[in-house]
Design a protein around this ligand. Structure first.
Ligand code: TRP
Length: 462
């Protein structure tokens, strides 16, 4: 949020403005990079189905709850929890730590995308497809010193993000993303339609949609729920802050439904664009988190005029990633303003030091600082460690605490009254109450415990 907003606490104009702003921040690398590679990792269709089911139940409920807390208190997450019950301020603090841990590695990946754009815009698509898909890994683990290496591109992307925060261009970004986001969607649809002409693609599509029960294990649920939190920007205080800027007469339920719908649609579409071709080209799980960077260049290489399509596509992805990164960094900045009561300028300095120091560690984590904390690091060094720590541990814990806080400290009616304020209907009120009081906390705890045991190979439920 920009300075003028945080001082005067402005608000979004109407439901469309709110939904679009929240969706622009939610749609990003989570949908385009993370969802497809997790789908491949967890065996295709089964993961997609578990994801959708959890998104419309857990994801939607938590989104309603967070937006309502934000609007009712008019505060961002640290103050919201603290104001409601002083003893529980730490839940807000815990939630607020998460964006600070995400934004550095988000910018490292944003740097990779920018590199892919820079490479294709000068007509060098063939570099990206070289070495039978091995280029991505040798790029991120190699050329750290080189001019075009991952360190440089991390700095470029992070600096761009920082610049947007310093200049306070969120209004501008909002306008630009209203045009670019639909363009990205149209492009994704067009690329997917082209892929239907690839020989054997049907096998890949079947893999993507067909649920193979034998692939189901404790990890699938933990993977899916962590992806929901990450992609829908939940369990880290963001939607509380967004809610605090929402007008009273706008329906929280409808807004939450639309944001969830947009975010999930983009994720499913991104998966459809990336997973089937990756499957038929034989990358599957072997590419790990590089799936998007490995599989798509192969598609562009075969596409007529692919060398022109590729840079446009990557540029749009850079934008989608940038809008999310800016909103993440803004959150970190506002956390220091709110939590440590420092001035905005000071807060920007602290946040950027954190961003650059952790980011550099993440980049070096693929080279000299490589650590082996398998399977916790997902084979991706510090990036994997931060990713697992935030998504698979901190977010489920914050989500459980949020539910317990609502159900047993402030009471569910605190949220439902807010959803129903100014005569707005709350269609799923009963299911929502059950979700927050019982189903979410119990199931999330089970997912967390069994998922962790599964991750470390200690005990598998299936
Ligand atoms: N949801 C974003 C994505 O899919 C990533 C993200 C996580 C985010 N937390 C956020 C974006 C907070 C903005 C604010 O890429």
């Amino acid at each position: 949020m920009s300075e003028e907003q945080s001082e005067g606490r402005g608000s979004f104009t109407g439901r469309l403005g709110f939904v679009l702003a929240a969706a622009a921040s939610a749609v990003g690398l989570g949908n385009l990079w993370r969802f497809p590679y997790l789908t491949s990792h967890y065996g295709g269709g089964m993961f997609v189905i578990v994801y959708i089911v959890l998104a419309v139940t857990f994801g939607f409920s938590l989104m309603v709850a967070e937006i309502a807390i934000g609007r009712r208190t008019g505060k961002s997450c640290i103050s919201a929890f603290g104001d409601l019950a002083k003893k529980y301020k730490w839940i807000g603090v815990l939630a607020a730590i998460i964006p600070a841990l995400i934004v550095p590695y988000y910018c490292v990946i944003g740097g990779w995308v920018t590199k892919w754009f820079a490479t294709t815009v000068v007509g060098d698509l063939s570099t990206l497809t070289s070495d039978g898909g091995g280029y991505w890994w040798s790029y991120i683990t190699g050329g750290i010193e080189g001019m075009g290496g991952p360190m440089i591109w991390f700095f470029v992307f992070a600096a761009l993000c920082l610049l947007c925060v310093i200049v306070g261009v969120d209004k501008g970004i909002e306008k630009v993303s209203k045009v670019l986001m639909p363009m990205l969607l149209i492009m994704m649809v067009a690329i997917t339609i082209y892929e239907l002409t690839l020989p054997g693609i049907w096998d890949g599509i079947v893999y993507y949609f067909n649920p193979d029960v034998s692939k189901l294990n404790g990890g699938t649920f933990l993977g899916a729920i962590s992806q929901i939190f990450y992609s829908m920007s939940l369990a880290m205080g963001i939607m509380i802050t967004y809610g605090s800027y929402m007008k009273k007469d706008v329906s929280i339920e409808k807004s939450a439904r639309n944001i969830s719908l947009i975010d999930t649609t983009v994720a499913i579409l991104a998966g459809l664009m990336i997973v089937p071709p990756a499957y038929i080209f034989g990358f599957g799980d072997s590419a790990g988190m590089g799936l998007m960077f490995v599989a798509l260049p192969q598609v562009f290489a075969q596409m007529p005029a692919g060398e022109f399509v590729a840079p446009v596509f990557y540029l749009l992805v850079v934008f989608a990633a940038l809008t999310s990164a800016v909103s993440l960094l803004e959150t970190v900045v506002s956390v220091f303003i709110d939590g440590a009561k420092v001035k905005r300028k000071m807060s920007i300095i602290i946040s950027s030091v954190l961003l650059f120091v952790i980011g550099v560690i993440v980049v070096l984590g693929f080279g000299p600082l490589m650590t082996d904390l398998s399977p916790f690091d997902q084979g991706a060094g510090w990036l994997g460690i931060l990713d697992t720590l935030t998504n698979s541990f901190l977010m489920p814990i914050v989500a459980i605490l949020t539910c317990v806080f609502i159900a047993y400290v402030v009471k569910v009616s605190f949220v439902t009254d807010e959803v129903e304020s100014e005569g707005n209907a709350f269609m799923f009120k009963r299911p929502f109450e059950y979700m927050i009081k019982y189903i979410c906390p119990i199931c999330l705890a089970a997912i967390l415990i069994f998922g962790t045991l599964d991750m470390f190979g200690i005990y598998s439920v299936y």
